[in-house]
Design a protein around this ligand. Structure first.
Ligand SMILES: [Zn+2]
Length: 372
């Protein structure tokens, strides 16, 4: 712990002059951290301001996930979190807070308001961890999170969605017809704080775990968001989110899934991604057993292996046992972990790098965003 703090301080001393020298030429950096099917996504603006969306898992995984977040922050030269957004009150999104907050100062918190899915563990979290911390802001659709150099719009929160069009958006959405509403979702997922982030001509969408019917509320009959260049895939790549009405209408050039080996990446979700117009590549945090080889992506686009890699990956897709059935233990990944780093420029160019193999790809501006 002490070593980490000392290293961070040393890095801070090194990083500050560098940032001060080249603020105009630096891009927006985004780090999608491996928290094993949870979420932790870090943004660093050219002016040095930082936003973290979610803090990974709690319980026995909290120390592991916090260490991974701090490692990405160190690599980025980040020594403070200016804005921490909690998408919703599920443990894979807020669980690591206490561990993260111990290791890096956090200035301000944003959330959707009260938890609609109380459990003893979340009640305890609010009482002992969250409420004693500093003030937090409850956001609603249409709100702006004040990040210098970015336009950060909240487009969904607490089950409500944006009712007006973002600038330039609002065309009829042809993908609504093929997106049939699913069963109502009474869980915290549907409460997710969702963000549409603009840096010059670069747009990135992070919906948290917002579920299917809320996507339809937001995107139908008219596409209120317009296009995106990068889509952080909703809900770890599960098919109870990621409707064509959202994913196809956004028409992103690249998508990154924060999936686990047995969470997200099901065929139904992968089909929607692979058939999205304009989408060049899907990047996955892990090979998903649920995808099998049938629905996975080339290994170069996968950031993490498991601790004991098997010789062969399953060809067919895999259905996890229903809850309550005897389940085989999931393959573990507590060792070295890798993240995706994105550097975006104001002209819309962005590069994604897989830090496992240093494979990277640059996406150039698409000419005109004519499908808005
Ligand atoms: Zn989740």
């Amino acid at each position: 712990m002490r070593t980490t703090i000392v290293c961070l301080l040393a890095l801070a001393a090194l990083a500050t002059p560098a940032l001060a020298q080249t603020p105009a030429s630096k891009g927006l950096e985004i780090y999608v951290v491996d928290v094993e099917g949870g979420n932790a996504t870090l943004f660093l603006t050219p002016s040095g301001e930082t936003v973290l969306i979610d803090t990974g898992n709690g319980g026995a995984q909290a120390a592991r996930d916090a260490a991974r977040i701090i490692e990405a922050a160190k690599d980025a030269g980040v020594t403070k979190i200016d804005h921490l957004i909690f998408t919703h009150w599920h443990g894979d999104h807020f669980g690591g807070l206490q561990e993260v907050a111990r290791q890096i100062p956090i200035a301000h918190y944003y959330d959707h308001g009260p938890n609609v899915q109380a459990t003893p563990a979340t009640d305890e979290f609010f009482k002992t961890v969250y409420e004693p911390l500093t003030a937090h802001t409850v956001v609603k659709p249409g709100d702006t999170i004040p990040v210098k150099g970015l336009s950060w719009r909240v487009v969904a929160a607490a089950g409500n969605v944006l009712k007006t069009n973002l600038p330039g958006a609002g065309r009829p959405n042809p993908y609504c017809a093929e997106s049939k509403p699913q069963d109502p979702d009474p869980t915290e997922n549907a409460q997710s704080v969702s963000s549409y982030i603009t840096f010059g001509k670069f747009h990135v969408v992070h919906m948290g775990d917002l579920t299917y019917n809320k996507e339809l509320d937001l995107m139908c009959p008219n596409n209120r968001l317009g296009n995106a260049d990068l889509f952080i895939v909703s809900h770890h790549g599960q098919a109870i989110s990621n409707s064509p009405a959202l994913v196809h209408a956004l028409s992103p050039r690249a998508a990154i899934i924060n999936n686990g080996t047995r969470k997200g990446g099901q065929p139904d979700a992968m089909r929607v991604l692979f058939s999205a117009p304009g989408l060049e590549d899907v990047w996955e945090m892990h090979f998903s057993l649920l995808s099998g080889q049938e629905y996975t992506v080339p290994g170069a686009f996968i950031a993490n292996q498991i601790d004991q890699q098997s010789d062969a990956m399953p060809i067919g897709t895999w259905t996890p046992p229903l809850p309550g059935q005897q389940a085989q233990a999931a393959p573990t990944h507590n060792g070295k972990s890798n993240y995706f780093k994105i550097v975006a420029q104001q002209d819309g160019t962005f590069t994604i790098t897989n830090t496992r193999n240093n494979f990277s790809k640059t996406y150039r501006p698409a000419g005109s965003n004519s499908t808005r």
